[in-house]
Write a protein that binds this ligand. Structure first.
Ligand SMILES: NC(=O)c1ccc[n+]([C@@H]2O[C@H](COP(=O)([O-])OP(=O)(O)OC[C@H]3O[C@@H](n4cnc5c(N)ncnc54)[C@H](OP(=O)(O)O)[C@@H]3O)[C@@H](O)[C@H]2O)c1
Length: 240
């Protein structure tokens, strides 16, 4: 049994992570923006024999992060696995082009919002949970990135703020892998593939169960030597 924290657990990949982790017997704290509206997750939690706890955790809200970390510290002595999954494709209530481009259509508040949630959010959540990860001995942080965050790999145009945010997240992985090595914590970026969620859309070739199963298989087999790498859902190393 492991103790796991998943952000963005209301739907999509986050919800599927919680489903699979609970099914294998892990204790899971599932962070969502609005617990009362998290119907599918609450149903899952109610059938989990206490293994799934739902907490309010908007990764853009430092107060939520502090309260969730306090709750997690009280519930668990340590955290074995943190999955920084929460993310947005574009800024809510803004036209897509305000954060995706073209350049002339970008709006500073939309670009900043995508960076704030996708890149700064994982910094703050990891900072708050670092002591719990240290207490695990060999804790693991998985930053859910994207192929679009690969500077060498994703050469297409568009999705500007999203791609920048995932490249920044990848840099966080590299920096934290070095900083947290001393406390035994492994940090990786993972690309889930193109997955049929609300974000990925119905044309995506992968379904959430397959992507998440693949990522969990990779995470289960991680070694310290792999800390600071960027991996896909099948475990292949991706270019930064
Ligand atoms: N699907 C793909 O093809 C794909 C590909 C590459 C990478 N990814 C990455 O995989 C992760 C999950 O994506 P997905 O496909 O499952 O997307 P999704 O279906 O759009 O779900 C995103 C989840 O993130 C949550 N979220 C958004 N902003 C948040 C915040 N400020 N605080 C806490 N939770 C927040 C959402 O909460 P609400 O329900 O409250 O809105 C939702 O539960 C993201 O990081 C995404 O960038 C996805």
């Amino acid at each position: 049994m492991r103790r796991v924290v998943v952000t963005g657990a209301n739907r999509g990949l986050g919800l599927e992570f919680v489903r699979q982790l609970a099914a294998r017997g892990d204790d899971v704290v599932a962070g969502v923006r609005q617990p009362k509206l998290a119907d599918a997750l609450n149903k899952l939690a109610s059938k989990s024999a206490g293994r799934v706890t739902v907490v309010q955790l908007d990764v853009g809200e430092p107060d939520d992060i502090a309260a969730a970390a306090l709750h997690i510290g009280e519930r668990f002595d340590s955290v074995d696995l943190l999955i920084n999954n929460a993310g947005i494709w574009t800024a809510p209530d803004q036209p897509d082009r305000a954060s995706s481009g073209p350049l002339a259509d970008l709006r500073p508040d939309a670009v900043l919002e995508v960076l704030r949630i996708n890149a700064v959010g994982p910094i703050l959540v990891t900072q708050a949970l670092a002591p719990c990860l240290a207490a695990a001995g060999q804790g693991v942080v998985v930053n859910i990135s994207s192929w679009l965050g690969s500077i060498r790999g994703a050469t297409n145009r568009g999705n500007l703020a999203y791609a920048m945010s995932k490249a920044a997240l990848n840099m966080l992985t590299g920096r934290l892998a070095a900083e947290l090595a001393g406390q035994g914590t492994i940090v990786v970026s993972m690309s889930p593939g193109w997955v049929a969620t609300d974000m990925g859309g119905p044309s995506a070739p992968l379904e959430p169960p397959e992507s998440v199963q693949g990522m969990l298989n990779v995470v289960n087999a991680l070694t310290p030597a792999q800390s600071g790498t960027f991996l896909d859902h099948a475990g292949a190393v991706l270019p930064w």
